[in-house]
Design a protein around this ligand. Structure first.
Ligand code: MRU
Length: 345
């Protein structure tokens, strides 16, 4: 059994970044050890590590690796190496704002130092601090969000939003985890989340290891489960939330929100402050498109005819009018979301 309440998805150990290898789950629980910033970038791209907060902290630790790798003896050349590594890490995945936020936060600290050893030290301290902050933010979010769930609730979630999507504890799953820790009996419905199957492979696995009451459904079953009263509430995570309350999350989230509104069910989104993008409008957000193989193959086995045209966006946008509340470590934000976000920003 893996105790996901205390497990870390991303860890700094002996000058390496140790990642739970999520490409191997649920069959094998193994780790990937990264020794270079390039290894971390590749791991993010291959989704060895995925989930908005997890890739942010992984990238920050990738920058620590860059300071270890660099032979620079002056602050100027070390900073140049760091900026190069930052560009590489930032380019891996465009939608989750946590990634560029984390890289920028570490680089800002580095730029304030004018001596290479001091620069190496602050980069490391900042990355490790971010890992701790992520767990604390998730736990606090869990405490706030748990108030939205009642004993006996049947809650639908999407993608993987637990420990495996963060450094530890989780966003939407963190809220469910906190409600369960308060003694509430929660039945969780988790979608399989095609095409990359994060729900079936990762969320169902993490919930099972936690001893939660969980039912896996295919993405196509959501409307039926809502209409027949199986599902009473929806809670998802987010990869980016703009100042206006537009929520970017795993592809399929938008249709859950539309269906929830059709059945007058609450639709909640749980995300730490590192997922909020107060600078860009929702129209500027780039939705990542991934390789066609994710759609034409299931776990490496082809299911579609060769030559068929494929569209594979990894995320979608849910407008604020479909969101009942945002759960953050700064509290639960209720509509109108733009004003609520501004109040705590
Ligand atoms: O493509 P992924 O697996 O990185 O997408 C992850 C999600 O969309 C999660 O729902 C999101 O990061 C929020 S939960 C931390």
């Amino acid at each position: 059994m893996v105790d996901f309440r205390h497990e870390r998805t991303v860890a700094w150990t002996d000058d390496t970044v140790v990642l739970i290898d999520q490409t191997q789950l649920p069959q094998r629980f193994t780790h990937l050890v990264c020794r270079r910033a390039e290894d971390v970038a590749e791991a993010i791209q291959r989704m060895v590590v995925r989930g908005a907060p997890a890739i942010g902290v992984a990238a920050a630790m990738g920058l620590v690796l860059a300071t270890v790798q660099s032979r620079a003896t002056t602050a100027k050349s070390l900073l140049a190496d760091l900026e190069r590594a930052g560009d590489l890490l930032r380019r891996t995945r465009p939608t989750a704002v946590n990634l560029s936020w984390a890289v920028e936060r570490v680089l800002r600290k580095a730029r304030q130092r004018h001596e290479p050893e001091a620069m190496r030290r602050v980069v490391r301290e900042e990355a490790l601090r971010m890992a701790e902050e992520d767990i604390r933010a998730n736990q606090r979010m869990g405490r706030y969000g748990a108030a939205l769930l009642e004993d006996g609730d049947r809650v639908l979630t999407h993608c993987s939003t637990g420990t495996l999507a963060t450094v530890g504890y989780g966003t939407a799953l963190g809220v469910i985890r906190a409600a369960r820790a308060q003694g509430k009996c929660i039945h969780v419905y988790t979608t399989e989340t095609r095409p990359a199957l994060q729900g079936a492979r990762l969320n169902a696995y993490e919930l099972r290891e936690d001893g939660a009451d969980v039912t896996l459904i295919a993405d196509t079953m959501v409307g039926h489960c809502m209409r027949t009263g199986r599902v009473k509430k929806v809670i998802t995570g987010a990869d980016r939330i703009t100042r206006t309350g537009h929520v970017f999350n795993k592809i399929g989230t938008y249709q859950l929100a539309v269906l929830a509104a059709r059945h007058t069910l609450p639709f909640y989104v749980a995300a730490p402050w590192s997922t909020f993008d107060l600078r860009n409008g929702w129209e500027q957000v780039v939705i990542e498109e991934r390789h066609v193989d994710e759609v034409v193959k299931v776990r490496g086995r082809r299911i579609a005819p060769k030559g068929v045209s494929v569209f594979n966006p990894a995320f979608d946008m849910t407008p604020p009018e479909l969101v009942s509340a945002l759960v953050t470590e700064r509290g639960v934000l209720h509509p109108p979301l733009a004003q609520a976000i501004d109040r705590v920003a």
